[in-house]
Unconditional design. Structure first.
Length: 501
């Protein structure tokens, strides 16, 4: 490229090729090891630092592809063999070995540490019975029962490979989390809690040369402040832009990118408390919502309402004939009366800006419920620890994200018998749902899995709903023109050379 052509490029494109990419997002990851976090701030950042054996090619409909393993094969319904790449190096320069893989997927890692640091690995790795090194480069993952989606689980979160020697040298979780070591295209250089996370390119990365020399993730809670920083040239990319701000970011220098995610927004119920014990009252809460008014008025029609608690990425088990939740104010009022609701105030636990349009949506919902004769009061909290402080005795704002493309990686992961809402928070339980989910988790037969899935959706959407669905979530970004990154349909923000297609 000639000198004149280089100077003709947008400034952001020039800095992007050799310098620091600056990203503004609302919040900072609460911990820096993927086995301890499955929340949006961690997904956006740590996917650049850590890698699993195999991963998803998100731009090709979540097809599985090699990552730290160059190949894999099913040996039987309970065993998968992975062939490791010979040339993978950790951020400290050490070579990845079979011992690192065995340790990374071990019970010690899955259990996390005692005290403040737990583990989110259970839904992803709970079926693993044993991980065995077969020679220097082959690894067998053996499950406790036939698991039809173990490959997808291993490609999802918490299954990233870390350096065993680096973990042990840290002497414990506290020191390890100051600067954990992975194999990804970027390594952690600096971590300032609630301020910024600075990553530098991993020069020994097996997958090619990273485009940017550094990634700087800045925590800027207010959208208006993120927009101002982007407009002033202090940032190259910002997250969570709402449609009412799109026009201000469509300029000669800036643009909007993004779209729907395989994630639906919900209002969850503590079904053990008060009026929420009555299924008729829970149905009324859902029927009172005019979702089209929300998606049109707040999202400019850029997100839709899913056909039940599922997403099309499921593939063969997606049920396209399942209806989306509807709006029927008269029926909602009838069910409220029939339930015996006496006008008690229903607390609604929300955060102000964890999700785009969160407060605006919550305020609309309060008014829509009021029209159905339901008194709801907003309780604005700072974080999920407060949202889920027990006893909950409320409805609460949340979302359900697709960890892997299957019912078991979405609805079952959170609301199944071992999911957080039954095992931890104890806000709902349904024996039939548990039995059918357990069958689906073990079945390889597509026709049987579709049949099981249909009945599971009937339970959670009609017979005994533990939540109501609002709409699909969207992720929209303000981007400086010339920045060579386009989001995929995922919560992950991946900036490595394998993810920029």
């Amino acid at each position: 490229m000639g000198l004149a052509a280089l100077f003709a490029m947008p400034a952001a494109a020039q800095t992007a090729k050799a310098g620091r990419l600056r990203i503004g997002m609302p919040s900072y990851p609460s911990t820096l090891d993927p086995v301890t976090i499955y929340l949006t701030p961690g997904l956006r950042t740590l996917a650049n630092v850590f890698e699993p054996l195999i991963d998803f090619d998100i731009r090709r409909n979540y097809a599985l592809r090699p990552a730290l393993a160059e190949s894999w094969q099913r040996l039987d319904p309970q065993r998968v063999r992975f062939r490791l790449r010979p040339d993978v190096r950790f951020h400290d320069g050490s070579l990845m070995t079979a011992a690192d893989v065995v340790f990374s997927l071990s019970a010690q890692r899955r259990q996390g540490a005692t005290g403040a640091i737990g583990s989110i690995a259970g839904p992803f790795q709970g079926s693993i019975a044993e991980v065995i090194a077969v020679g220097d480069r082959d690894i067998d993952v053996v499950t406790a029962y036939p698991d039809p989606v173990i490959e997808q689980k291993l490609a999802a979160w918490s299954c990233q490979i870390i350096s065993r020697s680096a973990f042990e040298a840290a002497g414990g979780w506290t020191e390890w989390l100051r600067r954990p070591i992975g194999t990804g295209p970027y390594r952690i250089v600096e971590s300032q809690a609630d301020t910024r996370l600075l990553l530098a390119a991993h020069k020994g990365y097996w997958g090619g040369s990273p485009v940017w020399s550094e990634l700087e993730f800045r925590s800027i809670n207010e959208l208006s402040s993120r927009i101002a920083a982007l407009q002033a040239g202090d940032l190259d990319l910002i997250t969570d832009v709402t449609p009412d701000q799109f026009r201000s970011l469509q300029t000669d220098a800036l643009e909007i990118v993004g779209g729907e995610l395989p994630q639906y927004r919900i209002v969850g119920f503590d079904c053990s408390w008060g009026p929420l014990r009555d299924v008729r009252f829970r149905r009324a809460l859902s029927l009172a919502i005019d979702r089209d008014a929300i998606t049109t008025g707040l999202w400019d029609g850029r997100v839709g309402v899913p056909r039940g608690a599922q997403v099309p990425a499921y593939g063969d088990t997606y049920l396209a004939d399942v209806p989306a939740p509807g709006f029927d104010l008269a029926e909602a009022r009838r069910l409220v009366r029939e339930s015996g609701y006496a006008g008690e105030v229903i607390p609604y636990r929300v955060q102000s800006a964890y999700y785009p349009n969160q407060m605006a949506t919550a305020q609309v919902l309060v008014e829509q419920w009021r029209a159905a004769g339901i008194r709801v009061e907003l309780v604005v909290l700072e974080n999920f620890s407060q949202v889920f402080a027990r006893p909950i005795q409320a409805i609460f704002d949340y979302s359900i994200s697709m960890a892997w493309p299957d019912m078991t990686g979405m609805l079952w992961r959170l609301y199944g018998e071992r999911g957080i809402f039954q095992s931890n928070f104890k806000v709902w339980s349904n024996p039939e749902f548990n039995r059918l989910g357990d069958q689906m988790e073990r079945s390889f037969d597509v026709a049987e899995r579709r049949q099981l899935h249909r009945r599971i959706l009937e339970i959670v959407m009609r017979d005994d709903p533990p939540f109501l669905i609002l709409h699909n979530n969207g992720a929209f970004f303000g981007r400086r023109r010339g920045v060579a990154w386009t989001p995929a349909s995922t919560l992950l923000m991946e900036f490595g050379p394998r993810s920029l297609g």
